[in-house]
Every structure is written in structure tokens, then in C-alpha cells.
Design a protein around this ligand. Structure first.
Ligand code: B3K
Ligand code: ZN
Length: 892
């Protein structure tokens, strides 16, 4: 029976929360693992929750064959319970219950990669959010926490390694070619943190000493042949353990911590207690196959999952509406971890800019579209659709605002109180806010609106200067557009970190009414709580240039009218590196918008000298860290430029941006060549921040250089491609070559490189993903080429990484090609959403979101997108995952 189909998606609401009718104290499970038919026997000890309005014993199950159901030793007849969709109700159960359940499942047929499934002949589980119910009937909700004991039995040859959460307490042979392993997790946990892994795996392991002196066993499990790619994950794990001890006083609570890498995984990784399961993409690395970006990604995801052990596992969510309680907080923690590991002020700024770029490009866009939802949503149809940039990245910004408001030590006190109060509990976002308020004595009542109101606030800035009185005033006015289901918004509590620059570029001492206790400071955090507020600064001897929202102190859009001179001043002098970068982006964005309009009107395209010289100065400013220069010199993406328009013209944006890149190269060619030579990093590859920074600036220079067609720059790229000793440089060269707009002969050389790359790496799945991805995102690739690539023997829709690299790469990261005027991109998209829906609803629903913003395009494209959305809506057996996304898009 399929119970994931829903023609009209039914929403569930936060306000309808009812505590579970029964608690579960212990869970004992026995698995007879077989790829075709796995038998699962479960024994639950349960007791009535007298505080609940729910009187029935309620269990959830999906795609299960129920073999046996016994309550307190007696077989339950069919008449003793009812099943409606995923819900089983047992009425009139006694207060104390021992429930024994036997189910049969078919892992090899489970292509949804949720529940228990097979990957390369191994068993893997994924239970968050609601996958445990695909293994057994259970009160599968995060507020039901229990202690688990798990017995695994399987063929010893096929499945020599048997892993589950917690500690291994017994293992041995069963005599018939089978063996067993018994695992016990000493901590109470919700079912979504359950995990098991079985199969042919090998591990890198190490004993690691905690600060307390206790020794723990760390393991990174991979498929055979990958042990040369686990060191970085192991190092990242050790760094994470140490960081959480130092920064938050949080110790690893288990004696054993395992990471397992699998190539079939719906997302990045999963924080199962003591047995984190990872996408290979976030574990496997060596210089030959992984780029600097991959190394950084591994560090941050290993950190993220490890940090969940406290923020998520020890203190978990009461219900899935509270998801950001663990995700927003854990993203904030992993962001801080990565920043602290680099250590320098510039390193922190670089990390901050990278994070904000994603927030603005993806989350702001989500907040402005049909799927906009608050950080703590009020309703959903399918929870898996709510693992969004809003829950994660905006959620992290909300946590960061506490940090900004309370300061480093104040925030730590809040965290300490949160754990003191809630360790071992399933709680709400409000409980976190209360811990922050109570520990600091601050009133954070209004701050609640960051959780309940969707949409990105705008903050409009007006300034006035009275030279005679030496008074400077900043008036801030906030507003937030309506989002689905929320017409009216009330004012947010917005921390606005700021400073004022004098004409020499120095921070002026600040004397602001209401902030007398910080008189004379160079930087202040203003608190905007009303719709409009005026902040009055005295002793301002000359007209300043305001630097507002330093370090991006709140997830808002700042509407401020700067002159080009103001921006150049901030770009050159702001003591806040984030705002230096921001000034450069504003200068660029202004020009890109103007040029896009010029393209549309068929006018001549021109780039002014002020801008070119500003770029030249940054490029050559040796006082700036190369990684910071790389960020400053990277133009706003096409997606970011699109946000500046009410009606988007992807081809015009692309043309304008390419024009700026080519023109910059035309003028800065000699400087770029010099930078390219200066920042070569010969010798052994090292993923340290300084070397990564050099590579990033050098490769940026290369990509610019290839914008201006010329045999010698082509040779540069070909040489780098041939001689690179690491994937960062090799891929950078190949990407530049693939995007190269040269003559026939040059294009052939690029194609040759692409072939050679494939041949060399055809046995490295993660590299082949890159090979697909770089073609999918190249502006030389059209719909026809994508269709040809889908015929490539290495392509498959059933592997999420592969599907994402080609299909998502094209639909989400190649706007000028995806939005082809004939609508062929949309037709392909609809076919693929429908095909993926049958295989893997979660992945399908992600792809379904590519047309979220269809209302932002010109009428002729809108009509074609609407038709494509309609085609998906009309498809048979639509999962509720896809149905929710499509119906919301169509309702926009
Ligand atoms: N908590 C998991 C995500 C689960 C997604 C379920 N569809 C990974 C993470 O955020 O760490
Ligand atoms: Zn997470």
C-alpha cells in the first residue's frame, strides 16, 4: 500500500500539538537483515501519559508488512486496533503496556532513501524526520524519547560489519554463516536518531583523549578502497570535539563515536546518536579528488553533525515545527567553529561573507516566494519540505542576533542555562529564547517575532546632519512585505551594528542618545524595535559616511542611498571588513542593473573608469588577504542581480554580467596575469587557510583571464589543467575552459580536456559528479546538451548526488540556459520531477522548487512555467512532498 500519495495535500498545524498518550521507556529491537526481506521484531515498554488529552495508544507506520502485534503477551485481533493511512490507534489500552511488534520490510526496493535501505549492497538507515515508521510501528514523534537496545543478525560474509547507536555490548557467531552484534545506547533518544549500518566497510580509527582525561574511540567507516580519503574527516572530528569543549564546555558523552560514509544519501549527513551517517561528499577527501571547497565543506558538516550531539540530541525538539531549535542553533555553532579554526579577523570575515552570500541568494529568495515560512512554521504538509534555508540559515541568523545583543559571554551564559534546564528534554524555540532572556535579564518578548513572522524585513535609512549643532541623525524605518498566510507584520527587534566614518576613513567616536553607557565607542549595536526610530549622535564635527549593519548584524535588506563616492570611501576604509565587501558589491550591483537594462534596450554597453580602477586597486592591494580579495572581486551572482528586478530577464542579466567580466579583464589583464603568477602554490597540497586563499585568488584571476579570448590565456588554463597536482587547480582550469567562449579550435581543446578528465576519474564517483556539474552550470550548455548528458552511461536519476549535479545544477544554477525562451528547460524540468517523484519524493520535491519564483518572469515565460507546473500537478501518484511544493507554487 502506498500512503504517501495525496491529491490535495492535508496540512498539520502547530496549534494542534497534543502530548503523546503514551511514553516509551525502553525499545528492544531485533533485526534479521536481508536485502530483500528484513524481519524486525520490536518490544516496547510503554506507560500512559496521564497529562495528555490523547487516550488511545497511537503508533505510526509506513510501507510495512505487519506480521504480529502483541500487547502484554496477547495477540491483538484486527478488531482491537484501527489503521488509517500512517496512523494506528489502539483504544482502551492499559496504563502499562509491553507491545511486541513484528514487521517485514524490503530494503532493496526502498528507493526513497528514508527508513532502512540498501546502498551498494550495504544497509543504511535514515530516520529523520519520519523514517523510523518505515522500520516498525512506533510513536514516531520527537517528544517520545526512549532507551534503545538493538540486536543485528546477518550473513557474515556479505555483512561483516554491524553497527548501531551507542556501545557494542556483545557480538559473535550464530553458526549458520551468520553473526550478530548487540548494541546499547545509554542515552534516551527520539526515534529519528535511531541508526543502523551493516555491510562491507572498513574504518580508520583512533583513541582520542578528552580534556577530562577520558579516552574515546573515534571511527570513520567507508567502503573498501577509500581509506586514503578519511584523514580530513577524522581531523575535523577531533577539532570539533575540542572546540565544543573549549567554546561551550560541552563534552562528548559516549565512549565511541562513529562516522559512516555512504554514496546514496538524500542530504549532507545525519546526526544519529553516536553513529553519524554521511554523504560520501562530506567525508571523502584527498588532494587528488577534493577541492578546497570540499575540504571546508567536510570540516563544517562533520562539525555540524557532531555539535548536534548536544544541540539536537541531548536537547531535542518537542515537535517538527521547532526544527530550527536544533538546526538554526547548530548551523550557528558550525559557522562559529569554522571561523574560530581559521582564527584571524579576516578569516572570520571571509566565512561571514560566504555565509551571508548564501543567505541572501537562497533564503531571501525563499522568503519572497510561495514557500516562505517562519523560522518556526505554523503548518506543513510534509516535514521533509521544511529542511529549508529558512529553518537552517535564517535560523542561524536568529541565533546570531542573540549573540550580537548579549555579547560573547552573555550568549554563553544563555547556552549554559539552556542545558541546565533542558538536558534530556524535547523542547520549543520559546524555551531557548527564555534561557537567553532569563540568563541576561533582558526582555526578549518582541524578539519572538523572528520565529513567528516570515519574510525579509527592509530597513530604510534616512540621515540628516546639522553642522552648526554637530548633530547627525539616522532614521531607520522597517517594513516587511506580506507572505503567504501572513498579510500584516509587526515590527521586529533588529540589532543594527554601526559606525560613522570621517573623511579620512576613521571611525568617529560615537555619542548616541540612549547609548550613553557606551559613549565614545567606535561601533554600536543600535536596537530598532519600532517601525520608525531616529538615533541622534552628538559631537559629529563633519559629515560622516555611515557604515550600517556591520558584520551583517540582522537578516534584513538595508535600503540606503549611497553615492558612488560614499561607497568608494567605505570600500577603501571601513574598519568592518564585511561592509568593505558590501560597498564593493553595491558598486557592482548598481552597474549590473544599469547594464542589464541597457542590454534589454539594445543600448551600447559601457563600464566606467571609477569601477575599473576600484577593482584594480583591490586586486593589487597586498595588505588584503587573498581570500578576501577573491570575495571582493567576485561580482554578485546572476541570481543576486535577479533579486534587484521585479521582472527578471535571465539572458540580459547574463549578458550584462559577462560584459563586466570581459571588460574588467580587457583593462586589468596585466594585473590579473601578475596576480596569477604571484599566487601559484607549487609543491605539496595543503588545505590550510593561507594556501586555500592563494589558490582562490589565483583561480579567480584565471577565470577572469579566460573572459578575454586569447591563445596565451587558453594555454595558461590548459597547462594548469594538465599539470595540476590537486583537484582545486584542476577543476578551476577545467571550469574556466568549459565556459570559454573561443573559436572552434579552442573549443575543441576544451572538449578534449573534459574527455581526459572523465577518463582519469571515472572510478571516483564524487569527481564524476563534479564533471556533470561543471557542464550543467556552464553557460555554453543548453537543454539539448543536458539531454545528451542524461544518456551518458555514468548518469542515473536514482543516485541523489548524480541527479543533483546534472539536473539541479542546470535548473538552479544556469539561469540563462534553463530559462530558454522556448520553454524547453521547463518541459525537461517537469519530466524529471515526475520521474524522480516515483523514485525519491524528497529529491523530487527539492527539484520541484526550481519554479518557485515563476511569477517574477515575463509573461511569455510565466505561461510556459505555469504549464509545466500544471503538468506535474496532474501527474499520477504524486507524493505529498511534491504535491505540497507544486500546489503552493500554483497558488502564488
Ligand atoms: N538533521 C539532518 C537532516 C535530516 C533531513 C531529513 N529530511 C541533517 C542535519 O541537519 O544535520
Ligand atoms: Zn543539522
Amino acid at each position: 500500500m502506498r500512503n504517501d500519495t495525496a491529491p490535495t495535500p492535508q496540512a498539520i498545524y502547530r496549534k494542534d500539538y497534543v502530548a503523546p498518550g503514551y511514553w516509551v521507556d525502553t525499545v528492544e529491537m531485533g533485526f534479521d537483515l536481508d536485502l530483500d526481506h528484513t524481519h524486525v521484531a520490536t518490544r516496547l515498554t510503554m506507560r500512559r501519559n496521564h497529562d495528555s488529552a490523547e487516550k488511545d495508544l497511537v503508533l505510526f507506520g509506513a510501507s510495512l508488512k505487519l506480521l504480529q502485534l502483541r500487547m502484554n503477551g496477547v495477540n491483538l485481533k484486527k478488531s482491537a486496533y484501527s489503521i488509517d493511512g500512517e496512523i494506528m490507534r489502539i483504544p482502551n489500552a492499559p496504563d502499562q503496556v509491553v507491545l511486541e511488534i513484528e514487521t517485514r520490510i524490503q530494503p532493496v526496493k526502498n528507493t526513497s532513501l528514508s527508513g532502512l535501505y540498501a546502498s551498494n549492497g550495504n544497509f543504511i538507515t535514515q530516520c529523520e524526520a519520519e523514517g523510523f515508521r518505515k522500520i516498525t510501528w512506533f510513536p514516531d514523534r520527537p517528544d517520545v524519547m526512549a532507551k534503545y537496545t538493538v540486536m543485528l543478525r546477518a550473513d557474515k560474509k556479505k555483512f561483516p560489519v554491524l553497527l548501531a547507536n551507542g556501545n557494542l555490548i556483545e557480538q559473535g557467531d550464530l553458526g549458520d554463516g551468520r553473526h550478530f552484534a548487540k548494541w546499547e545506547d545509554p542515552f534516551k533518544k527520539p526515534s529519528y536518531l535511531f541508526a543502523l549500518v551493516a555491510g562491507k566497510l572498513v574504518c580508520q580509527e583512533e583513541k582520542y583523549q578528552l580534556q577530562s582525561g577520558r579516552k574515546v574511540l573515534l571511527q570513520v567507516w567507508v567502503e573498501d578502497g577509500n581509506l586514503d580519503k578519511t584523514q580530513h574527516a577524522m581531523d575535523s572530528l577531533k577539532n570539533s570535539i575540542r572546540w565544543d569543549e573549549e567554546r561551550f564546555g560541552l563534552e562528548l558523552d559516549l565512549d565511541r563515536f562513529m562516522i559512516v560514509a555512504t554514496s546514496d544519501f538524500n542530504m549532507g549527513a545525519m546526526e544519529n546518536k553516536g553513529l553519524n551517517i554521511f554523504n560520501t561528499k562530506y567525508v571523502l577527501a584527498n588532494p587528488r579528488i577534493a577541492t578546497d571547497v570540499d575540504y571546508a565543506g567536510i570540516e563544517s558538516v562533520v562539525g555540524h553533525e557532531y555539535f548536534h550531539n548536544w544541540t539536537g540530541n541531548r536537547v531535542t525538539c518537542r515537535d517538527w515545527f521547532q526544527l530550527s531549535l536544533k538546526e538554526g542553533l547548530t548551523v550557528f555553532r558550525d559557522q562559529e567553529f569554522s571561523a574560530d579554526l581559521v582564527g584571524t579577523a579576516t578569516g572570520r570575515a571571509v566565512k561571514r561573507i560566504e555565509d551571508v552570500r548564501i543567505l541572501r541568494q537562497v533564503q531571501f529568495s525563499e522568503d519572497a516566494g510561495p514557500m516562505a515560512h517562519p523560522v518556526r512554521p505554523d503548518s506543513f504538509v510534509e516535514i521533509n519540505n521544511f529542511y529549508t534555508v529558512t529553518i537552517y540559515e535564517k535560523g542561524a541568523e536568529v541565533v546570531r542576533m542573540y549573540y550580537t545583543l548579549l555579547g560573547h559571554d552573555g550568549f554563553r551564559k544563555g547556552m549554559d542555562l539552556y542545558f541546565a534546564r533542558h538536558d534530556g528534554q524535547a523542547v520549543e524555540c520559546d524555551d531557548f529564547r527564555a534561557a537567553m532572556a532569563d540568563s541576561s535579564g533582558r526582555d526578549l518578548t518582541q524578539f519572538e517575532r523572528w520565529y513567528s513572522q516570515a519574510g525579509t524585513p527592509h530597513v530604510k535609512v534616512q540621515t540628516a546632519y546639522d553642522a552648526a549643532a554637530q548633530i547627525y541623525e539616522i532614521t531607520l524605518t522597517q517594513s516587511c512585505a506580506a507572505t503567504p498566510g501572513q498579510a500584516e507584520k509587526r515590527p521586529f527587534h533588529i540589532p543594527v551594528a554601526m559606525g560613522l566614518l570621517d573623511s579620512a576613513g576613521h571611525d568617529m567616536p560615537l555619542h548616541c542618545d540612549g547609548y550613553e553607557n557606551q559613549s565614545g565607542a567606535n561601533s554600536l549595536v543600535l536596537e530598532l524595535t519600532d517601525t520608525t526610530q531616529t538615533f541622534r549622535f552628538s559631537q559629529i564635527g563633519s559629515l560622516p559616511v555611515p557604515s550600517l549593519l556591520r558584520n551583517f548584524s540582522a537578516p534584513v535588506i538595508l535600503d540606503i542611498e549611497y553615492s558612488d563616492d560614499d561607497l568608494s570611501h567605505l570600500l577603501a576604509h571601513d574598519s568592518d571588513p564585511f561592509n568593505r565587501w558590501e560597498a564593493g558589491q553595491r558598486l557592482a550591483s548598481r552597474r549590473l542593473v544599469r547594464l542589464t537594462k541597457a542590454v534589454q534596450q539594445g543600448e551600447k554597453l559601457e563600464l566606467d573608469q571609477l569601477f575599473i580602477e576600484a577593482w584594480r586597486r583591490i586586486l593589487n592591494d597586498e595588505s588584503l588577504d587573498p581570500s578576501f580579495r577573491e570575495l571582493m572581486l567576485t561580482l554578485p551572482s546572476e541570481a543576486m542581480i535577479a533579486e534587484e528586478f521585479s521582472v527578471v530577464d535571465p539572458q540580459a542579466i547574463h549578458t550584462a554580467r559577462q560584459f563586466v567580466r570581459a571588460t574588467l579583464t580587457q583593462h586589468l589583464r596585466a594585473d590579473l596575469l601578475r596576480i596569477y603568477e604571484t599566487y601559484l602554490t607549487p609543491g605539496k597540497y595543503s588545505p590550510d587557510a593561507a594556501s586555500m586563499a592563494k589558490r582562490s585568488l589565483k583561480n579567480l584571476a584565471l577565470s577572469y583571464l579566460l573572459e578575454w579570448v586569447d591563445d596565451s590565456t587558453l594555454a595558461l588554463a590548459l597547462t594548469q589543467f594538465d599539470e595540476a597536482e590537486n583537484m582545486t587547480d584542476r577543476l578551476a582550469a577545467l571550469t574556466a575552459l568549459t565556459n570559454f567562449n573561443g573559436s572552434g579550435k579552442q573549443v575543441k581543446q576544451a572538449a578534449k580536456a573534459l574527455k581526459k578528465f572523465y577518463k582519469e576519474f571515472k572510478h571516483e564517483a564524487l569527481v564524476i559528479d563534479k564533471w556533470f556539474m561543471l557542464q550543467a552550470t556552464a553557460h555554453t550548455t543548453d537543454v539539448k546538451t543536458i539531454c545528451e548528458l542524461m544518456e551518458h552511461p555514468a548518469f542515473t536519476l536514482t543516485n541523489p548526488n548524480r541527479a543533483r549535479s546534472l539536473i539541479f545544477g542546470f535548473c538552479n544554477a544556469n539561469p540563462s540556459r534553463f530559462h530558454a525562451a522556448d520553454g524547453s528547460g521547463y518541459t525537461l524540468w517537469a519530466e524529471l520531477v515526475i520521474a524522480l517523484n516515483k523514485i525519491n519524493p524528497q529529491v523530487a520535491a527539492r527539484l520541484a522548487r526550481s519554479l518557485d519564483r515563476w511569477k517574477k518572469y515575463p509573461g511569455h515565460l510565466q505561461a510556459k512555467m505555469k504549464a509545466a507546473l500544471g503538468k506535474v500537478a496532474a501527474a499520477k501518484n504524486l507524493s505529498k512532498d511534491v504535491a505540497e511544493v507544486i500546489s503552493k507554487a500554483l497558488a502564488a
